[in-house]
Design a protein around this ligand. Structure first.
Ligand code: HEM
Length: 235
């Protein structure tokens, strides 16, 4: 059966979707936001892999030995990245935000702490990443943008600017989600396209996150446009 999409408006300031911004939210008539469900289903297995990687060398021995030559950076990265990816998707559930706004705030604080650890760790291990300068720069820039967008999201919410907070969080999670797209793309490039691991790895150091940011920007603009159209014209 085809579910009808409905547009839901909310005045919940935590949700970041207010009548004043007019941003519409679409989800199925059953009330389930399938986009968020998909985001969580894809994120959680990779997040658990990231957390396990800190303690289980056998998951990828060459990477583990090399990265653990910078133990503090590497451990902060795997644990911070793992936690951020594990909990980040839930923040996009409008239902959860409305029903448990305090939980949303606490998950948000933990998420930003995880980004700080994962991002600083990521900056460190970018300098010894597999593939040489193209991956050092690609991953390094990603780590920098991850930290900067996290700081912008935090400053926006501390200043009470909920729409700006939402925008920065969408951008930030698009980067976090790069951990998922990277592993999907690696499989496609090596398995389907027949590229070598090194070719594929250098490509994903950029291609795992630049398209995510473009999609995030498109999503933000689309919601803004829909919001403006949904509003009564001002006189
Ligand atoms: C979005 C910002 C991120 C940046 C800048 C980043 C950066 C890096 C870098 C530079 C490496 C080393 C790669 C190499 O040795 O060649 C790495 C590896 C790794 N990262 Fe991240 N990462 C990010 C997000 C995440 C997230 C969200 C997770 C959570 C699962 C994660 C988990 C891992 C794991 C498990 C490795 C070990 C290598 C592997 O098995 O793929 N990273 N990351």
């Amino acid at each position: 059966m085809v579910k009808r999409a409905v547009v839901v408006e909310s005045d919940d300031p935590v949700a970041g979707v207010s009548a004043s911004t007019g941003s519409p939210r679409t989800r199925s008539s059953s009330g389930i936001d399938w986009g968020v469900v998909l985001l969580i289903l894809l994120s959680v297995p990779i997040a658990l892999y990231g957390l396990a990687f800190a303690f289980v060398p056998g998951l990828n021995p060459e990477f583990h030995a090399r990265l653990l030559s910078l133990p503090w950076y590497a451990t902060a990265h795997f644990l911070g990245g793992g936690v951020a990816l594990l909990i980040g998707g839930f923040q996009f559930s409008a239902g959860l935000r409305r029903a448990r706004p305090t939980l949303h705030r606490w998950i948000g604080r933990l998420y930003l702490l995880a980004i700080a650890a994962g991002g600083l760790g990521g900056l460190g291990i970018a300098t010894i990443s597999h593939g040489g300068p193209p991956t050092h720069v690609g991953f390094g820039l990603l780590a920098l943008l991850w930290l900067v967008s996290g700081v912008c999201a935090y400053r926006a919410i501390r200043g009470g600017d909920v729409p700006a907070h939402r925008m920065w969080m969408i951008r930030n999670f698009a980067l976090t989600f790069g951990a998922v797209t990277l592993r999907i793309e690696l499989g496609v490039f090596t398995g389907l396209f027949g590229w070598t691991f090194d070719e594929s790895y250098i490509t994903v150091a950029w291609f795992a996150w630049v398209p995510n940011l473009i999609v995030a920007e498109w999503w933000i603009l689309r919601r803004e446009r829909q919001g403006t159209q949904g509003r009564a014209p001002s006189r």
